[in-house]
Design a protein around this ligand. Structure first.
Ligand code: NAD
Length: 487
């Protein structure tokens, strides 16, 4: 299947790269091309940055809230009308199994647009701060929220549409102008924003979408260019560090959503112990989720039982059928990612962890980038597979002695993105949850990741928050205004 060629959207125009270059968008299911995509040059990115700067500095976009609302409402309507196309992209381009289309890939984020609009309506743009005497007179003070400026949005390939919505919609509503640079592996879930913006008549330069085969060069242009005020990035901690370094000379404002190695703590007092343990299977979207619970922590007293539960669950696990709406696991995004995941599996074996499921490339699912659902037991928290983000279908089981030990292991990580605590005693689980150093935590299957709650990491999982009212603050500045009443 081939989709129509994907074009750049720069300064209000949908167009090819200036030098006509294209690259192939590859399906993770088949390893075959599904679309030709514009491969932008440095000159194209330069034009996009200039257009976004111009739109911010010389049009009423940053100050005209009604216009912004109207444009985002229309963009949302267009995207919703293209729901099936988005689902086809998520499936064919991001390798999403059909069971993940509802959430997080397409329907969830489509529904979030209206909720973001309601949050926009609730922003307190001007906050009176009262009078205060100073220098022999009185000052009447107000805090004013204003757009942060030109935003470079750099996004990953795992849940691209979800993250594009989470960044682009609040940034536009805040009054910023945007240059979106998606991961090379998932261009179509971004270029559709340009196509829809063109159809609804966005003012030129307000939103720009620039795709390229090279993952680094054009993203670094955004980071180093002084015409860009803010970088909103989701991706790996490694690239996050690089962005900080490269952004330093222009003191770039940074919003970084990075990786995780989150713990699922299952306590011994659970009535539904087997269900809880199975939550630690790292299969959803083949483990390619930043907040995936990739370290399963169980009490030593029930460790052997947990191993048996996992062995049975993996033995019967059904996955990898592109047409089955119940499946939630498909391929990895690329051959490169598959090699990376296989290297972690080899590292786990070399460090003495014991495989109870998978461990190989899957060869019975077709020519795509498949790795078997894989699980290691007898893992210690100092092993590479327990410390580093694998971003593949690889889980690890670690025993703990008591609640204190569980907290210690969960927090013994460079990351701090998410987590879950499961217990028959909610108060006991809450005591543990309060001490986990992570930005988002579920207790007894509670869902902590959704549109109205801020999401973002502690420690090396990032800086800043996406979603919720806090998600808007990333794209706003606060100006203190004082009007003197002298004489
Ligand atoms: P990545 O860090 O390799 O790339 C992310 C984006 O950065 C891509 O668009 C890429 O082209 C671009 N990029 C790469 N090098 C760059 C550079 N030097 N300067 C500027 N941009 C550059 O990540 P990925 O492999 O696409 O995605 C997987 C990672 O994303 C995982 O680590 C995952 O945890 C993380 N992630 C985090 C969240 C979150 O909200 N915290 C959500 C989803 C994914």
């Amino acid at each position: 299947m081939m989709f129509p060629e994907a074009r750049l959207y720069i300064d209000g125009k949908l167009r090819a790269a200036e030098n006509g270059a294209t690259y192939e968008d590859i399906s993770p299911w088949t390893a075959a091309p599904i679309a030709k995509v514009a491969d932008a040059s440095v000159a194209d990115m330069d034009e996009a940055i200039a257009a976004a700067r111009r739109a911010f500095d010389t049009t009423d976009w940053p100050t005209n809230k009604a216009l912004r609302r109207e444009m985002v409402v229309k963009l949302g309507e267009k995207l919703r009308a293209n729901r099936d196309r988005l689902a086809a992209y998520a499936h064919n381009e991001a390798g999403s199994a059909l069971g993940t289309i509802a959430f997080p890939q397409v329907d969830g984020p489509l529904g979030f647009i209206d909720e973001l609009l309601k949050m926009f309506d609730a922003i307190e743009w001007e906050k009176p701060m009262g009078e205060r005497p100073a220098f022999g007179g009185m000052s009447q003070r107000t805090l004013v929220k204003e757009a942060a400026g030109v935003v470079g949005v750099i996004t990953p390939w795992n849940v691209p549409f979800y993250i594009n919505i989470g960044k682009v919609i609040p940034a536009l509503l805040a009054g910023c102008t945007v240059i979106m640079k998606p991961a090379p592996d998932t261009p179509l879930l971004s270029t559709i924003f340009g196509e829809m913006a063109a159809e609804v008549g966005f003012p030129a330069g307000v939103l720009n979408v620039v795709t390229a085969a090279d993952p680094v060069t054009l993203g670094e242009m955004l980071v180093t260019d002084k015409r860009v005020d803010l970088i909103s990035f989701t991706g790996s901690a490694t690239v996050g560090r690089r962005i900080m370094e490269k952004g330093a000379p222009t003191l770039k404002r940074l919003f970084l959503e990075l990786g995780g190695k989150s713990a699922l703590i299952v306590l011994e007092d659970l009535p539904n112990f087997a269900q809880a343990v199975c939550m630690g299977m790292v299969c959803y979207h083949a483990g390619q989720g930043c907040a995936t619970l990739t370290r399963l922590l169980v009490p030593r007293s029930r460790y052997d039982e947990a191993v048996k539960i996992l062995e049975a669950a993996y033995a019967g696990y059904q996955w990898g059928d592109p047409a089955n709406p119940a499946h939630v696991m498909g391929p990895l995004i690329s051959a490169k990612q598959r090699e990376r995941v296989m290297a972690y599996i080899e590292a786990g074996k070399a460090e003495g962890a014991r495989l109870i499921a998978g461990g190989n490339r899957a060869t019975d699912k077709g020519p795509g980038f498949f790795v078997e659902p894989t699980f290691f037991v007898d893992v210690t928290n100092d092993m590479k597979i327990a410390r580093e983000e694998i971003f593949g279908p690889v889980g690890v089981l670690i025993p703990f002695e008591d609640d204190e030990d569980a907290i210690r292991i969960a927090n013994d990580s460079e990351y701090g993105l998410s987590g879950m605590v499961l217990s028959g005693d909610t108060e006991r689980a809450m005591k543990i949850a309060r001490r986990i150093r992570a930005g988002t935590i579920g207790v007894n299957f509670g869902a902590s990741i959704t549109v109205d709650l801020p999401f973002g990491g502690y420690k090396q999982s990032g800086i800043g928050k996406e979603w919720g009212m806090e998600g808007f603050d990333e794209y706003l500045e606060t100006k203190a205004v004082a009007v003197g009443k002298f004489g």
